[in-house]
Design a protein around this ligand. Structure first.
Ligand SMILES: [Zn+2]
Length: 278
């Protein structure tokens, strides 16, 4: 699944490879998939991009936004998208949910596993989306200071009695963290995923902020997780400390066997000693 570091990585790769190129053919999908979130009819996906040039490519949260100059913006991400570049003599993927053929006959394809966003916005829709998204904190932006994080967490605490996993992932006021990076963040901060936000002490809160920044910046430097594939078919180099491979292996800090727990619709990997619940 694409999370903040993968969105940053893919946006950089698409920008470097495709910016300035003109789209000569577009196809919405060759295999219908009900969990791809489109916002237009198939015919619009196949006509509106024609003749447009790839402009600025940005990322926000776990979305990649590709400007189609003039006037349109293709959003991708929020799920299990795989991007690919297919040379003229290469075979297309068996299933794809978006295809652009560029003026040099290279094809850019997006195949979705699970679910994913593929909305094609005009400028007004893009501005509305941006306004909404900018209300969330971007954990890899310099504006994500401890003060900003702390203020957000205090407001979050007042409004609910939720666990730290909820504050960082589902409908979170922080953009782009999912179950993939959550495990390493909580392990480094010494917090159990079930821990209530209002029970986190000031020193732990500081550790949590540092862990978010460090885990995500290390992952960006390494091009995302090794379970995710980039535009050119190569996996990222960030190896999670706490994921399914860690189950029953000794904790790198204290040697306690790592446990798997199911919580809030996903597996969590925790060291009961380093991440006490109480
Ligand atoms: Zn431990």
């Amino acid at each position: 699944m694409i999370e903040r570091p993968e969105a940053v990585t893919l946006a950089k790769q698409v920008s470097k490879t495709l910016t300035g190129k003109r789209i000569v053919r577009a196809e919405r999908e060759n295999s219908p998939h009900k969990w791809v979130f489109y916002n237009r009819e198939k015919t619009e996906y196949e006509t509106l991009p024609i003749g447009k040039r790839i402009g600025k490519v940005t990322s926000l949260g776990s979305q990649i936004c590709i400007e189609l100059k003039p006037g349109y913006f293709q959003h991708l991400g929020d799920g299990g998208e795989r991007f690919a570049l297919i040379a003229p003599d290469e075979k297309l993927p068996k299933k794809y949910h978006l295809l652009w053929e560029l003026e040099d006959n290279v094809r850019f394809t997006v195949s979705v596993a699970g679910w994913g966003t593929a909305k094609l916005h005009d400028r007004k829709q893009y501005n509305d989306w941006l306004k909404k998204e900018q209300q969330r904190l971007d954990p890899v932006d310099p504006s994500f200071t401890y003060e900003a994080f702390n203020a957000m967490a205090e407001t979050y605490c007042e409004a609910c009695d939720k666990p730290v996993k909820a504050m960082l992932t589902s409908e979170s006021p922080i953009a782009g963290i999912g179950n993939g990076y959550l495990q390493d963040i909580l392990f480094r901060a010494g917090l159990h995923p079930r821990k209530k936000v209002r029970q986190i002490r000031a020193a732990q809160q500081k550790k949590l902020h540092t862990a978010i920044r460090k885990v995500l910046s290390e992952a960006i430097e390494q091009g995302g997780r090794d379970s995710e594939i980039g535009l050119h078919g190569n996996p990222g180099r960030y190896v999670c400390t706490m994921d399914k491979r860690a189950k029953d292996t000794p904790c790198p800090k204290c040697n306690t066997p790592i446990e798997k727990i199911n919580f809030m619709g996903g597996s969590c990997y925790v060291c009961a000693r380093c991440q006490p619940f109480d």
